[in-house]
Design a protein around this ligand. Structure first.
Ligand SMILES: [Zn+2]
Length: 273
C-alpha cells in the first residue's frame, strides 16, 4: 500500500513537472512571437519611409532656426558654419533650399564658384519656358507654377529680357560688377557688408543661377496672392522685383522656420538664421 502511494506520488510529480515545462515553454514562445511582430512591422515601415517621396517636415517643437537648419541639411552636403561667407549667403538666399519637389534640383552648396561649376549644375536641370516670353526659362516645376499664376493675373516680367529669369555665371558676374566691386566683395566675405545682397548677388551665388527665381513687376495684392498660391514668394529682403520658387503654400512656410518680415508694407519670407 505504502509502495503504491509512493508510486502514485512519483507519477503525479512527474506529470506536474511536464505540465509546468509545457506551460513555461508555451508562455515564453507566445511572448517571443509577440516580441517579434512589432520588429517585423518596424522593418517594413522603415523601408517604406526610405523610398517614400513624402517630404521632410521638421519636429515642430524645435525652434525656428533648428527647424530651418534641419530641413536644409537634407539638401546641402555640408551645413555652413556660423560667421562664414557661406552662412551669410544661406541667411540671404537660403529660403529656396526648402523646396522639396521631386523635379526640382538644388546645388549641394550655396556657391557655384566657377563658370564650369555653374554650367555643370545647370546641365542637370529640366527647364520650362515661361508662357508668352521668347527666352525666359526656369526649372520646369517653377515655370509651370508661374504660368499657372499668370493665368490668374497679368504679371509682367521686370525688364522682359532673359536676364529676369535663369542666368549663367557670366550674367551673374556682370550684374555684380554693375553694382559692386572687389572691395565690396571682400567686405561681404568678411561679414562687414550685407545690404548689397538685397540689390545684387555675389558671383556664383544668385538664386537666378539655380533656375528658381525671377524678377517681376508686381504692383497689387491680387498678383501677390496668385504668386503665393502657386509657391512663389519674396524671400530676399529689399529686393522688391525678386521672386523665389519655394513650392509650398504660405501656411506651410512657418513649419520650416521661415519668418514673415514686413518691410515697407511688403511681406518677405526670410530665413531665421
Ligand atoms: Zn532677382
Amino acid at each position: 500500500m505504502k509502495r503504491l502511494s509512493r508510486k502514485a506520488t512519483f507519477i503525479i510529480i512527474v506529470v506536474l513537472m511536464i505540465i509546468t515545462v509545457v506551460t513555461i515553454y508555451g508562455f515564453n514562445h507566445h511572448k517571443l512571437v509577440n516580441k517579434v511582430q512589432p520588429v517585423n512591422k518596424c522593418v517594413s515601415n522603415c523601408t517604406n519611409a526610405v523610398i517614400s517621396p513624402s517630404p521632410f517636415i521638421p519636429n515642430q517643437e524645435l525652434n525656428e532656426q533648428q527647424r530651418f537648419l534641419s530641413t536644409i541639411a537634407h539638401k546641402l552636403s555640408t551645413t555652413p558654419q556660423n560667421n562664414t561667407f557661406e552662412y551669410t549667403l544661406l541667411r540671404a538666399y537660403g529660403a529656396v533650399f526648402l523646396n522639396q519637389e521631386l523635379g526640382v534640383k538644388l546645388p549641394q552648396k550655396v556657391i557655384l564658384a566657377t563658370e564650369q561649376e555653374a554650367q555643370e549644375f545647370q546641365t542637370t536641370l529640366t527647364m520650362g519656358q515661361v508662357d508668352g516670353t521668347r527666352d525666359c526659362y526656369l526649372q520646369k516645376s517653377a515655370a509651370d507654377a508661374l504660368n499657372k499664376a499668370r493665368t490668374l493675373q497679368i504679371i509682367p516680367l521686370k525688364s522682359g529680357f532673359s536676364g529676369d529669369c535663369t542666368r549663367n555665371f557670366a550674367t551673374n558676374l556682370n550684374f555684380w560688377r554693375k553694382y559692386a566691386n572687389n572691395q565690396v566683395f571682400e567686405r561681404v566675405q568678411q561679414g562687414q557688408e550685407t545690404k548689397i545682397l538685397g540689390t545684387v548677388a555675389p558671383p556664383g551665388t544668385s538664386q537666378h543661377l539655380w533656375g528658381l527665381a525671377i524678377d517681376l513687376r508686381v504692383s497689387n495684392q491680387e498678383q501677390r496672392k496668385a504668386l503665393n498660391q502657386n509657391g512663389w514668394f519674396q524671400t530676399v529682403e529689399n529686393d522688391l522685383p525678386h521672386w523665389t520658387y519655394i513650392g509650398w503654400t504660405e501656411e506651410n512656410l512657418p513649419k520650416f522656420g521661415l519668418k514673415n518680415k514686413v518691410v515697407n508694407g511688403i511681406i518677405y519670407w526670410v530665413t531665421p538664421i
